[in-house]
Design a protein around this ligand. Structure first.
Ligand code: DOR
Ligand code: ZN
Length: 364
């Protein structure tokens, strides 16, 4: 049995408030624990989006009553909520600020760069701004980080040109970190270059889109540039995914560690990579306190097939259905209490703690 620290997933779509038929704070934290994840950072593109005190309270109240693992909630950058200097307490209660600069699910997209400026200026520099930015928009985001001299964290890097750009920016000393999702490391687009972006992708619909083998290879070759693994757990129901216009997104909390451990068994990764990118680095980047007496126990030699019917996520499917993996989460201990064992979630609703509740870091 292999013992690892509890994993941190810095990119999770909880869907509560507003779309609890897809997922809620109860089901998502059960999925997290079953996946060996003891802390999730929740994205703000809910219904309504989380962008001010009232909506932050809405999310945190739901989380307080239902979460079974630890968590923090992101604020979303909108066109007119950049006066963070006047609401100093708010950023301190959040995981950080999420800016959607490219096509996404929900209402939070910011197209005009004049709308980016006040957020870069005013959001406290102790917490990173997380960017959904692809390709050239990412280059613009990195320029903003350089101009405003503040940390940014780039979500779900998927392309060769992106990882190479981030590598170059890091070499210049720009404060940029990044994350990569399992689906961009393990799945390749089924479409040709001409078809991608035009043809419907059905269940494979996800943003950023699945990329080419060359892109996937570039991510693996630049593993040292990748700071974090993040699932971008984005549950939509099977009915929605199989509809005429499927929303983008994959569930991922329960498949993250089995996929990574399978890569370890194939000698494509090592255990230290997992600890660094799923525990140490996210803790540093997001200024997260250590979780005392928290660990997971994993059977590295257990081989099995991934099946949606065995998952805790409410969405009822996985893009990895039928994949054979090697490595199973057997037990999760969270702050001294067994939270998951033998396929059962034991932590109760409300056991999860908001890790920003007792945050003492001073703003700016
Ligand atoms: O595939 C995606 N799903 N990309 C996003 O940017 C949003 C996410 C979601 O919330 O469903
Ligand atoms: Zn996302």
């Amino acid at each position: 049995m292999l013992k690892l620290p509890g994993l941190i997933d810095p990119h999770v779509h909880v869907r509560e408030p507003g779309q609890t038929h897809k997922e809620d704070w109860d089901s998502v934290t059960q999925a997290a624990l079953a996946g060996g994840v003891t802390m999730i950072l929740a994205m703000p593109n809910t219904k309504p989006p989380i962008f001010d005190e009232a909506t932050l309270n809405l999310a945190l109240d739901a989380a307080k009553g239902k979460a079974r693992c630890d968590y923090a909630q992101f604020l979303g950058a909108g066109p007119d909520n950049a006066d963070w200097d006047r609401h100093k307490g708010l950023p301190l209660r959040a995981a950080g600020l999420k800016m959607y600069l490219d096509s996404t699910f929900g209402e939070l997209r910011l197209d005009d760069m004049t709308l980016w400026m006040p957020h870069f200026e005013k959001f406290p520099k102790d917490f990173p701004i997380v960017l959904h930015s692809e390709s050239r928009t990412m280059a613009a985001g990195i320029l903003f980080a350089a101009i405003y001299d503040r940390p940014i964290h780039i979500a779900h890097v998927s392309l060769k040109e992106e990882i190479l750009l981030i590598k170059a920016a890091k070499e210049k000393g720009i404060k940029v970190t990044c994350e990569v999702c399992p689906h961009h490391l393990f799945m390749v687009s089924q479409l040709t270059d001409e078809e991608r972006g035009k043809k419907k992708e059905g269940r494979d619909e996800v943003r950023p889109r699945l990329a080419t083998q060359e892109d996937v290879d570039a991510l693996w070759q630049n593993m040292d540039v990748i700071d974090c693994f993040a699932t971008d757990h984005a549950p939509h129901t099977l009915e929605e995914k199989d509809s005429e216009n499927p929303p983008p997104g994959f569930p991922g909390l329960e498949t993250l560690l089995p996929l990574l451990l399978t890569a370890v068994s194939e000698k494509r990764l090592n255990i230290e990579d997992i600890i660094q990118k799923s525990v140490t680095n996210p803790r540093k980047i997001f200024n997260i306190p250590e979780q005392p007496e928290t660990w997971i126990e994993v059977d590295e030699s257990a081989e099995y097939e991934i099946k949606a019917e065995n998952q805790f996520t409410r969405c009822g499917w996985t893009p990895f259905e039928g994949w054979t993996v090697k490595g199973k989460v057997m037990k999760v201990v969270l702050r001294g209490k067994t939270a998951f064992e033998d396929g059962k979630v034991l932590a109760e609703q409300g056991y999860g703690r908001n890790v920003r509740q007792s945050c003492k870091t001073s703003p700016m």
